[in-house]
Design a protein around this ligand. Structure first.
Ligand code: ADP
Ligand code: MG
Length: 717
């Protein structure tokens, strides 16, 4: 009866839960008021248990605290009234399409006619003598005032309201489950809040002036005032962030406790000769980064360092130096990259920089069975000094003879777990390798505290000397010809160009096919006087290596590519890039793509070609993105701007990062809470480093629950 026909008739219903039957794990499908169809819809929405319902937090609140006597209602002003039904009449409109339900209501101050449109069934529900609470506004209809009802409920017993009075929560709803149904369900489930365990001790709550968990859960769903709602949110947000920080810090200390690395001593001659042999002087930032890493490598605590630096800031040199520190002492180094193309390029770079003296091995999933066997043998025997590869490096059959250093490039492309898997690889004698994680994604500090909360951080700022910022231009459909003209000008000077084809998220095959077609079109058209190559994700390893080599050697002038060139590709003679369908890319991705040019001393250009028929709805936001890209080349500024334009949800989803999902906290909005949580976590762990004391058991349980299986090994159960 409760949600019969999907309609809500406003009749009070017996509660779904009696206070004693309040198990948090109780399936919603078991509850008397929840029929199978509703249960299925709720499950589809991620709500399966009473506990799920309690953590389905309101998105916002409606303030319905303005309850008024009928006599005080003003025309046009929304308000809530409580009144008794005197008479019910149902009018059918002239064309019978509109029904008008009129109910005469009375309270102590006066009388008014309440009206509902097109809800004839209510005529059978509402009866004289019933007491209603109603939300609506007075309108003048043909000169006479009537109260047009937005929501109502029938009062019984103590006159408790759910939908029409006070501060009313608005829940994230879906097409098949209305916010009103959710409000009813949560309202009934609230009784179970009393059995929600509180991970924060009484002492800590007192010290931090935080409400108890049960009170906070009750208050966030049914606050009596706005400050009460804010205090409840603050407490729940802090708890979420605290669990996250505890997990991260425990992760860090667990790794350091459980593992010993090989102390590599001071940098030797090979490493020094590598640096002095470079055709350029290191920037101050590079020198500082190398010094920090060198200090880490002298210790037996495994290095776990994040090297953050904008595209083109020169991280690769630092990475190679780090690998050489292991190799020169007779150990192995591994260099992991997120794509085949980038791994292949790193191999090229290493071979070019290090010459034939060192054996570098490639390990990707594209090797043939025989190649793979040979590579694995070289890795196991130690013949391979440096192994470059993709995810293939963390497969279980890969055994290093003596791995001492691991570098993970573009580490944000890997989940926390994959990243650490590489870092945890046991080396000879049960030792853990030192790990350097590199990223070109600049993120604000408080976010770094969370996403990289278990790492030490080094930032490489600025760019190598002599770089001029890339000139970025938006090229509309009508100006394409001029765009190609300016590319040809560069080619005639002996420079090279990239053409990046539009992103097709759904299919790498389609994207690759489009790149091939575009290369053919350009080779026969705009660039017929030049050598045009193509690079995409569906090519065989050898083909791709050949395409890259030809472009590096200058044999091809124009490289038509999919977004596979986004990461890492480094050809300093390439000074111009066309990005087709630029509006389809995200700002961070465009910045990465653009980072492929402007890597030498020549002035470079990035031409953003936009599609003629841009989607109306996304048009404005994509314009804002492209304008931002044109205006600055500072990755940090662009990251901030991207946050503003897109909101943090898309940019910093915690899900794919392997961190717990944040239900309430917003890392951008709750920056102060992140810092506070970090401080609290440190304080707690200073007293109880492994959360082992009985007093901290609820906290340890909550951390384990938040991180789930992935990081469960952190804490003894
Ligand atoms: P990223 O940080 O994006 O990985 P790279 O390491 O690929 O950047 O470096 C970009 C380009 O800058 C490369 O061609 C590299 O050889 C060059 N480079 C690196 N350090 C310096 C430097 N100190 N001075 C001049 N050029 C440098
Ligand atoms: Mg790089």
């Amino acid at each position: 009866m409760r949600f019969a026909g999907g309609r809500y008739d406003g009749r009070p219903q017996p509660p779904l839960l009696s206070p004693d039957a309040a198990g948090l794990a109780r399936p919603l499908a078991d509850l008397p008021g929840v029929r199978p169809l509703l249960a299925r819809r709720l499950a589809g929405f991620g709500l399966e248990t009473v506990g799920d319902l309690l953590t389905h937090y309101p998105r916002r609140y409606e303030d319905f605290t303005d309850r008024k006597p009928i006599a005080d209602l003003k025309v046009g002003e929304e308000a809530t009234v409580r009144a008794t039904v005197e008479r019910v009449t149902l009018d059918h409109g002239q064309r019978r399409r509109v029904t008008l339900l009129k109910v005469v209501l009375r309270d102590q101050s006066g009388v008014i006619v309440a009206v509902w449109f097109n809800q004839p069934w209510l005529a059978k529900v509402l009866e004289p003598g019933m007491v209603l609470s109603l939300r609506g506004a007075v309108r003048l209809r043909g000169g006479a005032p009537s109260f047009v009802v937005k929501a109502h409920e029938i009062l019984a017993g103590e006159g408790e309201t759910v939908h029409t009075e006070g501060i009313v929560p608005v829940y994230p709803a879906s097409e098949s489950i209305s916010a009103r149904v959710l409000r009813d369900l949560v309202h009934d489930a609230r009784r179970a809040a009393r059995s929600v365990p509180d991970p924060l001790s009484g002492t800590m709550r007192a010290a931090e002036r935080l409400p108890a968990k049960a009170d906070a859960v009750l208050a966030i769903h049914a606050p009596r005032s706005h400050p009460e709602a804010a205090a409840a949110r603050e407490r729940l947000v802090l708890e979420e962030l605290l669990l996250m920080q505890l997990g991260l810090l425990l992760h860090k200390s667990a790794e350091q406790r459980a593992s010993r690395a090989l102390a590599l001593g001071r940098a030797g001659e090979t490493a020094a000769r590598f640096l002095s042999g470079l055709p350029f002087a290191l920037t101050a930032h590079q020198t500082k980064a190398i010094a920090e890493i060198d200090a880490d490598l002298e210790r037996t605590t495994p290095m776990r360092r994040l090297l953050q630096g904008d595209v083109g800031s020169g991280k690769t040199v630092v990475a190679v130096h780090t690998l050489l520190r292991a190799v020169e002492k007779g150990h192995q180094g591994a260099f992991m990259a997120p794509t085949e193309t980038l791994a292949e390029q790193h191999l090229e770079t290493l071979r070019a920089l290090l010459g034939p003296l060192l054996t570098c091995e490639l390990l990707t999933s594209r090797l043939t069975a025989a190649e793979r066997r040979a590579a694995l043998a070289g890795i196991a025997s130690g013949r391979a000094a440096i192994v470059v590869g993709t995810h293939a490096l963390i497969q279980s059959d890969v055994e290093f003879r003596d791995l001492a250093v691991v570098v993970v490039d573009e580490q944000h492309r890997f989940g926390v777990v994959q990243r650490d898997e590489m870092g945890r690889r046991a080396a000879a004698g049960g030792r853990t390798p030192h790990a350097l994680y590199m990223t070109a994604t600049p993120i604000p500090r408080t976010l770094a505290l969370t996403f990289y909360g278990d790492l030490d951080v080094t930032v490489i700022g600025g760019a190598p000397a002599g770089r001029t910022p890339v000139v970025t231009r938006l090229i509309s459909e009508g100006r394409r010809a001029a765009g190609y003209d300016s590319v040809r000008k560069q080619l005639d000077k002996g420079r090279q160009a990239y053409v990046v084809c539009p992103l097709i998220e759904e299919s790498e095959a389609l994207e690759s096919a489009a790149a091939v077609a575009e290369a053919e079109r350009l080779a026969a058209g705009e660039f017929r006087a030049y050598a045009v190559g193509v690079l995409h994700g569906q090519m065989k390893t050898a083909e791709r290596e050949a395409a890259m080599a030809a472009f590096k050697a200058g044999t091809t002038d124009v490289l038509v590519a999919t977004s596979v060139i986004e990461v890492g590709i480094d050809v300093p003679n390439a000074t111009v890039m066309i990005i087709e369908g630029a509006e389809r890319f995200g700002l961070a991705q465009l910045h990465q793509l653009r980072g492929r040019v402007g890597r030498g001393t020549e002035k470079s250009y990035c031409l953003l070609f936009t599609s003629p028929r841009r989607e109306q709805s996304s048009g404005e936001r994509s314009d804002a993105r492209l304008q931002a890209l044109r205006a600055t080349s500072d990755g940090f500024a662009l990251a901030d701007r991207d946050l503003e334009i897109r909101g943090e949800g898309q940019l910093f989803g915690t899900r794919q990062s392997g961190l717990p999902d944040l239900k309430l906290a917003k890392l951008t909005r709750d920056r102060e809470a992140v810092v506070r949580a970090r401080r609290l976590a440190r304080e707690i762990l200073a007293g109880d480093p492994y959360l082992e004391s009985p007093a901290d058991a609820p906290l340890a349980d909550a951390v384990r629950a938040a991180f789930g299986d992935e990081l469960a090994w952190l804490l003894k159960a």
